[in-house]
Design a protein. Structure first.
Length: 131
């Protein structure tokens, strides 16, 4: 994917502890277009409960932030293995209301059924969501 991502649907969800990640706020956005160029992508950032504004590093073992990018049509999922996210504002975790804004960059790998990998790089990403 070598193009600009612009979401047309967003939301926040509160999620419980998973065993490998603490309770978190899931902020997601979706870019969906049907014509002329059909697209269905979802970007999801998981933010550990209690996290404050600042800059955090992505890694598969992070207990603070994780990012996933889904190519729904192809069934690919990239998880951020490196990169950073800077939160300028974070919504209230209890009420799941407020503003989430910041910037990010990441590199992620999707593992295919045949064992091969697809690498995705996102640079100069920004987000501004409110619920």
């Amino acid at each position: 994917i070598n193009e600009r991502y612009e979401s047309n649907e967003t939301g926040f969800n509160k999620r419980g502890e998973t065993g490998s990640f603490p309770a978190y706020l899931q902020a997601w956005s979706r870019q969906f277009t049907s014509k002329p160029d059909f697209k269905d992508y979802v970007l999801s950032i998981n933010i550990a409960e209690g996290l404050s504004r600042g800059t955090y590093s992505f890694s598969p073992e992070s207990k603070q932030v994780r990012l996933f990018f889904f190519h729904i049509l192809e069934g690919f999922v990239w998880s951020a293995e490196s990169g950073t996210v800077t939160f300028n504002s974070i919504p209230d975790f209890e009420a799941i209301k407020g503003k989430l804004s910041g910037t990010f960059n990441f590199v992620g790998t999707a593992e295919l059924g045949d064992g091969s990998q697809l690498v995705l790089r996102a640079d100069n990403g920004s987000f501004n969501l409110e619920q």
